[in-house]
Design a protein around this ligand. Structure first.
Ligand code: UDP
Ligand code: MG
Length: 336
């Protein structure tokens, strides 16, 4: 029988967790040809999320949880889930019921037909503001134009992954994670299904425009070095323009005795060049900061508690992960 693990990152979801669990169990109860387990990842919540997870897992042998030592962000929490999920397939979904559990049977049936990555594509974004939608479209356009990988549009983290895809994702231990891009990068046979994003059942979203901006920069810088090349071209273009302009000014002054308007021209050119230089420096800085962050090779997350046991493991690479899981199996994990 196929074993399917449902990985759910949760951050301050006390208001929806029980409702989510009830709804999910309802759907899974009717599916008899697979065995399911739920793996919640508490991403350092500051409310009662962890307590609720402890209770859920105590009451249901198929519910497991990992609790991270602080809030590491959804991308890291998802990796923590993928690292710990041992199943023939893994389904990633949000805890806030925006991803309808009713679609799980359909996802499984496509997986059985031979697709490795069944992703759910949101059909409309009408719940979002016009500004957010425009920015998203723009972001996808730019990303598409500059990167070689075809990033899927409007496809989020709600998806079913074959165990091979999970293994592939585990291999990528970058700290600055843009999981959406990683899903594309790993390849495998993909199937897109569409779904309506439900409104959040309760609680509130942790996303804001600043987080979105960060994600967009993350997406661009982690997938392409095109902005760096762009600065080179920009520099080249500006230099060419400056040379041509120099000739125009010289000819005007020498041949026609045209008095050159000094201050405005100088100001414009100086400010323009200053802007271009700062922009280029900023772009270089973005990449440099990523090199800096990655070079520290810190673990991507720390697990502080797992299924009632207070443990610490830092699965920074797949080998350590194996060691960590063999520790758990060997029953040594009770040690703090
Ligand atoms: N989440 C998380 N860590 C965070 C932020 C969010 O694990 O730092 C989880 C959250 O609990 C939810 C999912 O990621 O299950 C999606 O978050 P949210 O609903 O806030 O984002 P949105 O749906 O608005 O994109
Ligand atoms: Mg949500």
């Amino acid at each position: 029988m196929d074993k399917i693990v449902i990985v759910v990152p949760c951050y301050n979801e006390q208001e929806v967790l029980r409702q989510f669990y009830a709804k999910l169990s309802n759907v899974l109860r009717d599916l008899h040809d697979c065995s399911f387990s739920c793996l919640f990842v508490d991403d350092g919540s500051t409310d009662d999320t962890l307590q609720i997870l402890r209770e859920l897992s105590a009451g249901d042998p198929n519910v497991h949880y990992r609790s991270l030592s602080r809030n590491f962000g959804k991308e890291s929490a998802m990796l923590a889930g993928l690292d710990a999920a041992e199943g023939d397939a893994v389904i990633l979904m949000d805890a806030d019921l925006q991803h309808p559990p009713e679609r799980i049977p359909e996802m499984i049936s496509w997986w059985r037909k031979g697709y490795d990555d069944v992703c759910m594509k949101r059909t409309d974004r009408s719940d979002e503001t016009v500004f957010k939608r425009t920015m998203t479209t723009l972001f996808y356009r730019i990303l598409q134009a500059v990167s070689r990988c075809e990033i899927q549009r409007n496809v989020g983290d709600f998806r079913l992954l074959d165990r091979r895809c999970v293994a592939a994702l585990r291999l990528m231990r970058e700290n600055q994670r843009f999981t959406k891009g990683l899903f594309t990068w790993i390849g495998f046979r993909k199937k897109e299904l569409s779904f309506h994003v439900q409104p959040r059942a309760a609680g509130k979203t942790t996303w804001n425009y600043f987080a979105l901006y960060n994600l967009a920069v993350e997406g661009l810088t982690s997938f392409t070095t095109a902005p760096l090349r762009m600065t080179t071209f920009l520099g080249l273009a500006v230099s060419l323009l400056a040379i041509s302009y120099m000739f125009i000014v010289l000819i005007n002054a020498l041949l026609y005795g045209d008095p050159v308007a000094g201050y405005p021209t100088l100001m414009t050119v100086m400010l323009f060049l200053g802007g271009v230089q700062l922009l280029s420096l900023g772009i270089m800085g973005e990449y440099l900061s990523r090199v800096f962050m990655e070079s520290k090779q810190r673990p991507i997350y720390l697990v502080a508690e797992a299924d009632g046991k207070k443990i610490l493991y830092t699965p920074s690479d797949p080998l350590e992960r194996q060691i960590a899981s063999s520790w758990e199996e060997g029953g040594r994990s009770d040690e703090t």
